[in-house]
Design a protein around this ligand. Sequence first.
Ligand code: NDP
Length: 449
Amino acid sequence: MSDIMKSIIDRDPGEKEFHQAVEEVIETIKPVLDRNPEYRQAAVLERITEPERVIMFRVPWMDDQGQVQVNRGFRIEMNSAIGPYKGGLRFHPSVNLSILKFLAFEQVFKNALTTLSMGGGKGGSDFDPKGKSDNEVMRFCQSFMAELFRHIGPDTDIPAGDIGVGAREIGYLFGMYKKLSNEFTGVLTGKSLGWGGSLIRPEATGYGAVYFAEEMLATQNDSLEGKTCLVSGSGNVAQFTVEKIIELGGKVVTLSDSSGYIYDEEGIDRSKLDFVKRLKNIKRGRISEYIDKYSEAVYTDADTTLDFNPLWNHKADCAFPSATQNEINKKDAQNLVKNGVRVISEGANMPSTPDAIDVFLNNKLLYAPGKAANAGGVAVSGLEMAQNSMRLSWPREEVDSRLRIIMKSIHQSCLDAATEYGVPGNYMAGANIAGFVKVINAMLDQGLV
Ligand code: NDP
């Protein structure tokens, strides 16, 4: 283990997700440090792994029974070398400092890859919106923003959604920000269309992950047409991943949530996807209800006693993990290879464990890490910020075509950086190197701040 990794672990021993994210980057950017000794001299690794600012705060709110509840709020302002902090808010009971620091760290590299000027941040709370009434969610969001508003702004830090934070939560958060700051500005992205949102923002992460897969396949003169795909999750990213795969002629056979997964051998077509969108976004139901309507599908409960996830153990060509971190372990990766999967495009952040990634790379799969494959979401958030600044809204076709161009450019940057540093075809190394060099050079230009 490198000295820098050892000192990061010694300093914050409990932060295993953060350590995992940092270690992956440190391992892959070694050739960059070897070629540029001035980087080591300037202690760039020590600087880039330490957040510029961490804000933690109490979020008290009252539930529908009149009982006071207390959650913890966070915002990690990781790096502002190339632009204001940008990154989502996650509301999920598992949220802690380690998870948000890993997400903020990854966000720095991802945002650098998008070609837009955005630094990296991430935030959220251990609040669980599941099972809460709209009024409870509103009171929580208002209390959360009552503290967060003093730390963010359209040119300072611009949060967005993530797990558990969709259009409803962004609306409540924005309303409170506007009231407290007395300003109508583009301080959050993922807003509804009627009041500053961008067309294609809800679709962008899923569509982008599919465009990235299409780019990888094109390097082998192939495409998604006729391919069978495994998708996990059934939230925002999963839904629009499925939508784009269908549009490009592929077939999706799985979806999941934290309770279990469905396998539909005939494929999830447009009308089935519409059902899932209504089920998840309006009814806020569970994916198990899919089989009540489509009895040809099979539902399997999540089983934590297994050392693998059966969702990844079906015959397929491509996999799009779109739920959460570390959802593919080594055994899952081996099952994917055994079942013929050749393409992995990560819609989720860090969904594959390090030894799962080793399996992908050793078997020469086309493997796109989340920080490249799912960058479409933050890229269109950047486009939402641009539209807000101009007080304009671009048509759907324009935003979609910009998204396509950005995903193409990210794909090319990964390939070029990987080739330049002697690991051709390794998208993970390419993404880390391209993002790292851009951010580090900006940090060095700006002096020791
Ligand atoms: P949503 O909240 O819309 O959906 C999350 C989905 O993943 C749900 O189906 C949820 O199931 C499932 N899930 C969440 N946690 C777990 C868990 N611990 N175990 C099993 N399933 C789980 O979130 P998004 O679709 O927005 O985000 C999905 C992933 O994509 C995350 O990793 C996020 O960081 C990443 N991402 C999202 C972007 C965006 O624009 N939204 C941008 C870039 C990356 P359940 O309902 O049961 O919790």
